[in-house]
Design a protein around this ligand. Structure first.
Ligand code: ZN
Length: 309
């Protein structure tokens, strides 16, 4: 099975614990992953920021997933973007799409991309599933909260507090810059989450809170070349932490020509015949990565004939 990946970059994710497990933290650099998602879907800059923050937030939440786990974040919203869906697994592979990639809004009062304006109100859903790909499927867990901010980072914070009862600091950032030609590009993207686990002592919480509040902006650090571990160092200050795992992050989608053919093969025979005579082939586009698979006339004809048996 061929997988579509972005170029090998510096995108990576770490998960760590601090203060003897009282604090759980994760950080990620997702610049190439977000750029790849924006390029594939032809997003406006504001939507690139919204999708990029969601991709990064999902990757961070997914940092504690085990093999065969899958985590999906869905934002069902009434703003012009219409909806955002992102999926990630334990290998740091993420993919995602939005309903209206070209949706846009004027810059906000601070001169930044107005993510809140394109998202609007609605719901944030987080679904974790296990074993789906190997046929050992367990009942999924789904948590949801209303969208209270629309800036996405704050919505993840609210989700973690309300749905998982984990007080967290969440920082998600996508920095988009313009070249001299006027063309824009993702210069830096990434984020971090710092979570206070049950039973943490007050002194540790106070030290972490004070340090996190003084930390530089994540995209500033990433632009300067910081690794995820260095981002955690900047956020946690004097609080020592232990990195448990580092993994690459990539935009990856398991769709393929073979999967498109097998999907087409399951369509009703009359409908296949119509496709053959009217369209002289078939085209399938993957929602998640926007890749289009074209099945030409001879191949489609072969599929129809195989169905005649
Ligand atoms: Zn795909």
């Amino acid at each position: 099975m061929k997988e579509i990946r972005s170029g090998a970059g510096a995108d990576a994710l770490v998960r760590a614990t601090a203060a003897d497990g009282q604090i759980r933290c994760m950080a990620a650099v997702t610049t190439d992953t977000v750029a790849e998602a924006a390029r594939r879907h032809g997003t406006s800059d504001t939507v690139a920021a919204a999708l990029g923050r969601t991709l990064t937030g999902a990757a961070l939440l997914g940092a504690w997933q085990k093999e065969f786990d899958r985590l999906t974040v869905q934002i069902e919203c009434d703003g012009p973007v219409g909806g955002i869906t992102v999926e990630t697994n334990s290998r740091g592979e993420v993919r995602g799409y939005v309903r209206n990639p070209e949706a846009d809004a004027p810059l906000n009062a601070e001169g930044k991309f107005d993510v809140r304006a394109v998202v609007g109100g609605g719901m944030l859903y987080v679904t974790t599933e296990s074993g789906f790909d190997i046929g050992l499927y367990r009942e999924p867990y789904r948590g949801s909260v209303p969208i209270t901010s629309g800036e996405i980072g704050e919505d993840f914070t609210y989700y973690l507090a309300k749905s998982e009862q984990i007080p967290s600091a969440v920082m998600l950032g996508v920095l988009i810059r313009a070249r001299a030609s006027g063309e824009t590009f993702v210069e830096a993207a990434g984020g971090l989450m710092v979570q206070v686990m049950p039973g943490a002592d007050e002194r540790t919480i106070a030290a972490v809170e004070s340090s996190v509040s003084r930390a530089p902006h994540t995209t500033k650090l990433i632009r300067e070349g910081a690794t995820p571990a260095e981002m955690l160092r900047a956020a946690l200050g004097d609080v020592p932490f232990e990195v448990l795992e580092e993994r690459p992050v990539t935009f990856a989608c398991p769709c393929s020509y073979e999967r498109a053919v097998s999907l087409i093969s399951s369509i009703d025979r009359a409908e296949l015949r119509a496709m053959l005579s009217e369209d002289r082939g078939a085209a399938l586009t993957c929602h998640f990565c926007n890749e289009t698979y074209r099945i030409d006339e001879p191949s489609l004809s072969e599929i129809v004939q195989s169905r005649n048996v």
